[in-house]
Ligand binder design. Structure first.
Ligand SMILES: [Ca+2]
Ligand SMILES: [Ca+2]
Ligand SMILES: [Ca+2]
Length: 274
């Protein structure tokens, strides 16, 4: 009953997060895993999502925002001064090192600077505040399973997976930090972030371009049994549109030109969306 109560409240835009959110969370699914439908196999639109080995909990996820910079969560990297970012591309794994990081003063966000260019464009940042009820695509290297994490059969840090959900509400925590909240439905199509997915993106598809709308932050454990996520639990992504300016400021000048170009593209598409 408590689960239903929370699900109802989350439908109201602007609710306050009152559940304890479990930090540091691949993708748990509600259909099945045997058909590999959720595995990101390069070349794919999600190839610029990578893993961050040796970070919080052993491994987390990050996403390229330009050739040199990785967006992730602060709780993944705050205790580390250097590390690697690993992309799985058509010709195998590519490992890049990082030793520079920028941590957001309040939100659970961090930007890492790679020592060498990936030569890849990265994804644009979503900057509209109309995320409520939009379809999102969650991607990450976390633990997988059907209906709950199954770390023995689908351990984190091995496979990049993706799947769908819907933004059920915009949430605010006690520090005023904004999140996109989505519930994990037993409907055969929802997925949910899990241990190891922290820092991974939730994308919104605008005319075939994937914009980073959220960064995986944590999930609830509604029945408090220590197993999460399960059906009915809520996932929280840090709301990228709220922190877009800060993220852009962590990226040096030449990149601003790229973001500017992206902005123009978004304005064009926004006109089509009316
Ligand atoms: Ca859902
Ligand atoms: Ca639902
Ligand atoms: Ca539980």
């Amino acid at each position: 009953m408590r689960v239903k109560h929370i699900a109802k409240l989350i439908g109201v835009v602007g609710i306050v997060v009152f559940c304890l959110i479990k930090p540091s969370f691949a993708i748990v699914v509600s259909d099945n895993l045997s058909n590999n439908n959720h595995v990101v196999i390069p070349p794919s639109a999600f190839d610029m999502v990578g893993k961050l080995p040796g970070t919080a909990g052993g491994v987390t996820t990050g996403v390229l925002i330009d050739p040199w910079h990785v967006l992730t969560v602060k709780h993944a990297v705050k205790n580390y001064s250097s590390g690697t970012f690993v992309l799985n591309l058509t010709d195998g794994e590519h490992t890049y090192s990082w030793s520079e990081k920028s941590l957001h003063p309040t939100a659970d966000l961090a930007v890492l600077t790679l020592a060498t260019s990936t030569g890849l464009s990265g994804y644009p940042l979503y900057d509209l505040s109309n995320e409520f009820h939009k379809d999102i695509i969650m991607v990450g290297y976390g633990v997988s399973g059907v209906g709950a994490p199954d770390k023995n059969n689908y351990p984190k840090g091995v496979t990049d997976r993706f799947g769908y959900n819907i933004v059920d509400g915009i949430a605010t925590d006690e520090n005023g930090i904004k999140y996109l909240a989505s519930d994990f439905d037993d409907n055969g199509s929802d997925v949910m972030m899990a241990d190891g997915d922290s820092g991974g993106p939730s994308f919104i598809d605008v005319g075939g371009t994937y914009y980073i709308a959220g960064i995986h932050h944590g999930v609830t454990d509604n029945d408090d049994d220590g197993i999460y996520p399960e059906y009915g639990d809520l996932g929280y992504d840090v709301r990228v549109s709220e922190y877009r300016d800060w993220i852009s400021q962590q990226v040096p000048e030449p990149i601003t030109i790229l973001l500017f170009a992206t902005g123009l593209g978004l304005i064009r598409k926004r006109n089509h969306l009316i």
